[in-house]
Design a protein around this ligand. Structure first.
Ligand code: SF4
Length: 448
């Protein structure tokens, strides 16, 4: 079976026939027809087309493919294949396993494709979205350079599905009033901003705007067990990420410029909230956007976007697909960590989460002390997975470092690292020459 990689970033099965090119027999190539008449040659592991456009006959397609591939050479071809495998994964043609495993692999692929549907946001040339404005500007550059690199995760698919469900329902309820992905605009310093508001319902006097989000988990400080729908004042007790709130506030400000009507903007979030003692509960949070965002503040953001090409949040690189794909050598955090004066400056939910964590640490210490006594001389296996809890005997080794060094020579470097506890001593030993032996790297770390 042969598969091609399609423009909506999934594999699609096609009828194909093997093609061998003299001198490049190691390549798994196949020919298939496009639109029933023209011919394309594609590569088997990646499903990527070799020709820039399909040829009129099979013979022509083969000749052109041979020319292109021979011109590129083995190294470039392998590089292209490896980079495509990193981003798109291996074609189902190469999936190993039983028939059943292949069925599941095809099913999962299909589910992903269906979740994504036909959603594609379009921007006029040079314009960027609000989320891009609030994120590391390098991501926008990499997006242009590597359009095939896309973030993939089950929760992203769930987000697309949630969006579709909401939009489809509103289309059935208010077919005449709904505006799907309404574009709001702004421009400064020659940089166009085009924000897409997920859903807008325009009434005679009011405009209702929704920004839809699907997140896997949010913290809250509700005084009681969360209900299925959280709205009004309670919605502010759910710790919605700050960049969602800023995005919502900017959308609202831009909508105000566009409509001479009252704007009721909401973040409509599907998420899970922790429930005391019994895991999590799936809920909807309907949060009115009360934050005001003077549009002039956008000028500052635009300036930052144009001139400060660094991550906007300390956690941003950690979750970035361009770092994962190896196209961005993670930029050092620019050190712009905002230092708050005291815990009182933190939003209430954040402060309470921190206090709860401190409480848990104390409780953890107590419990460990108690278990140490109660399990004296005993241990047990957790879930039968081999992990032992309690008093477990194990053998420890004292390595003879001199003998290891004599035996391993240069390979010793693969096994040893500087003991951080002995760093000050090492620095003292190396004296002024210490910087010749190390490279400083500034990193943002999360500390509790
Ligand atoms: S890895 Fe960090 S610096 Fe590089 S694009 Fe991503 S967020 Fe920006």
């Amino acid at each position: 079976m042969y598969y091609i990689f399609t423009s909506d970033h999934s594999y699609e099965e096609v009828k194909g026939k093997a093609v061998k090119i003299a001198g490049l027999e190691w390549l798994d190539l196949f020919a298939h027809q496009i639109s029933g008449s023209k011919w394309m040659i594609s590569e088997g592991k990646t499903g990527l087309g070799v020709l820039s456009s399909p040829a009129a006959t099979l013979k022509e397609a083969e000749t052109e493919a041979a020319r292109i591939l021979k011109e590129a050479g083995k190294e470039a071809i392998e590089e292209k294949i490896n980079s495509a495998l990193k981003t798109n994964g291996l074609s189902p043609r190469y999936h190993k396993g039983s028939g059943m495993e292949k069925v599941f692999s095809a099913l999962l692929e299909k589910l992903r494709k269906q979740a994504r549907g036909k959603r594609k946001l379009s921007y006029s040339p040079g314009a960027i979205g609000i989320t891009t404005l609030l994120a590391c500007p390098l991501k926008a550059e990499f997006r242009r350079k590597y359009p095939d690199l896309k973030a993939e995760a089950l929760e992203i698919d769930d987000g697309f599905l949630f969006e579709r469900e909401v939009k489809d329902s509103l289309k059935l309820l208010y077919p005449k009033r709904i505006k799907d992905e309404l574009v709001v605009t702004y421009e400064a310093k020659n940089q166009k901003i085009e924000g897409h508001v997920d859903v807008v319902l325009e009434g005679k006097e009011k405009v209702l705007a929704l920004e839809l989000k699907h997140t896997r988990f949010l913290y809250h400080n509700l005084p009681r067990e969360p209900e299925e729908i959280i709205t009004g004042d309670d919605s502010y007790r759910v710790a919605i990420p700050e960049h969602y709130i800023t995005q919502a506030a900017i959308q609202k400000a831009l909508l105000k410029r566009q409509f001479e009507k009252e704007i009721a903007h909401f973040l409509f979030v599907k998420t899970m909230l922790p429930v005391n003692g019994s895991g999590f509960k799936k809920v909807y949070v309907i949060r009115p956007t009360k934050e005001e965002w003077p549009v002039e503040k956008l000028n500052g953001l635009i300036e930052q976007f144009l001139y400060d090409k660094s991550p906007r949040y300390p956690w941003e690189c950690e979750y970035c697909i361009y770092r994962e794909a190896g196209v961005c050598a993670t930029k050092p955090w620019n050190g712009k960590t905002e230092k708050l004066n005291c815990p009182e400056e933190l939003p209430e939910q954040v402060r309470e989460a921190y206090q709860e964590l401190q409480g848990l640490k104390v409780r953890e210490k107590d419990l460990v002390g108690y278990l140490k006594k109660e399990l004296s001389g005993k241990c047990f296996s957790v879930n039968g997975n081999g992990k032992l809890v309690g008093w477990v005997s194990r053998i420890t080794y004292q390595w003879d470092k001199n003998r290891l060094y004599q035996e391993l020579k240069d390979r010793i470097l693969d096994f040893v690292q500087v003991d951080w506890r002995k760093c000050p001593l090492l620095e003292e030993t190396l004296g002024e020459r210490v910087e010749e032996f190390r490279k400083a790297e500034k990193k943002a770390e999360f500390k509790i």
